[in-house]
Design a protein around this ligand. Structure first.
Ligand code: FES
Length: 365
């Protein structure tokens, strides 16, 4: 079964000096498959300089926009983001997986909810989709956005955000927090961190009147806002978050922690490689893998380049698979719920064998 669909680019629009949004023309027969929930993302694939490059980008369009559009911010040295910002043009083709992601709002027409979002940089992308969608479909709901950037020039979707403010002046509020451009209101200068949240919660935001929080940005911001909300007694179930990039040393620390965990399990340390089988699209592939080497996903990709993945950072869940035999140890997991882990699901990009035989089923649901 092909997991990628070829889409034609309809528009490439600048959204800030270093970001663009890309709208697609959907083939008639793919329209229903590509219907999405606000906050989800598309995994795009393109061969660039002979390499198969895949990246996940959040959808920024709202359900009422009648289009599917993602935003791509330039990352220094980023193969795909550089290509999208510099070369991509209408009429070009990109391959895309169907929309995925759990960072999403259940839009309920007739609901009257209070939503609050904290975003930094390109973390605005899924939040814009959620804000547009709930404001349009839920006339009784309100949405407040705290949006952090370095300067006004760095703000993505400035026009779209002011359109939203003009359209829903009584129900949509936005506060720009700038770290490198002083503003008149001192409270809005600096970064969105734990201390800043404390001040917001004391002075202007009653967190107990909020039905749902959405956080999207770098790991530091998300950790700080979650901690501040927890300090104020906000239940974790009310808080959804999506990480853009984990801190650079998170993977190394997690791998070291895994090694320590495995070493502690007396008598279970694997002297040599494990026999690993992966099942994907009904086809089984077998290989031997050292417990302390590359991940099960990377090993499987050697034989099966069609294996599903996007971020390889434990964030997107595209590589989710079920352990049907044996045990594995994961490094990072930013996306699987506890209940899924209990049912045996793992992220193959983060999984290493921890028993002599391991079978991972990518088709299990
Ligand atoms: S590829 Fe994204 S979590 Fe594994």
């Amino acid at each position: 079964m092909a997991r990628f669909t070829t889409l034609t680019v309809r528009e490439v629009r600048p959204e800030s000096p270093d970001s663009v949004s890309i709208a697609f023309d959907l083939p008639e027969n793919a329209k229903s498959e590509f219907s999405y929930r606000p906050g989800q993302y598309l995994t795009l694939r393109k061969e660039i300089d002979g390499h198969d490059v895949r990246r996940s980008y959040s959808i920024c369009s709202g359900l009422g926009d009648g289009e599917i559009r993602v935003a791509v911010k330039r990352v220094e040295g980023g193969a795909f983001s550089g290509f999208a910002n510099d070369e991509l043009k209408p009429g070009d083709s990109l391959e895309a997986m169907l929309p995925e992601g759990r960072f999403t709002a259940a839009v309920e027409p007739g609901a009257a909810h209070t939503y609050v979002a904290f975003a930094a940089g390109s973390g605005i992308t899924p939040i814009l989709s959620i804000a547009k969608s709930v404001l349009e479909a839920e006339p009784g709901s309100r949405f407040t956005l705290f949006y952090g950037n370095r300067t006004v020039r760095d703000i993505m979707f400035r026009d779209a955000l002011s359109d939203l403010k003009n359209r829903y002046p009584a129900r949509f509020s936005i506060l720009h927090i700038l770290s490198r451009e002083p503003q008149e209101v001192a409270l809005l200068n600096g970064r969105i961190d734990r201390e800043k949240c404390e001040t917001f919660f004391r002075s202007m935001l009653n967190v107990h009147a909020v039905d749902r929080f959405f956080l999207c940005g770098p790991e530091g911001m998300i950790g700080d806002v979650r901690a501040a909300l927890a300090d104020h007694g906000v239940e974790a179930e009310k808080v959804s978050f999506e990480l853009f990039t984990p801190s650079s040393d998170a993977a190394a620390k997690a791998a070291a922690a895994r090694r320590a965990r495995m070493a502690k399990k007396e008598g279970e340390a694997l002297a040599s490689g494990s026999e690993v089988s992966v099942i994907y699209d009904g086809v089984q592939t077998d290989f031997t893998l050292e417990p302390d080497g590359i991940s099960i996903l990377d090993a499987a990709l050697g034989d099966r380049p069609d294996m599903p993945y996007a971020c390889k950072g434990g964030m997107c869940c595209t590589c989710r698979a079920k352990v049907v035999e044996g045990r594995v140890e994961m490094d990072l997991n930013y996306t699987l719920a506890e209940e899924e882990v209990e049912r045996g699901f793992v992220l193959a990009c983060q999984a290493h064998p921890a028993s002599d035989k391991v079978v991972l089923d990518f088709d299990a649901r």
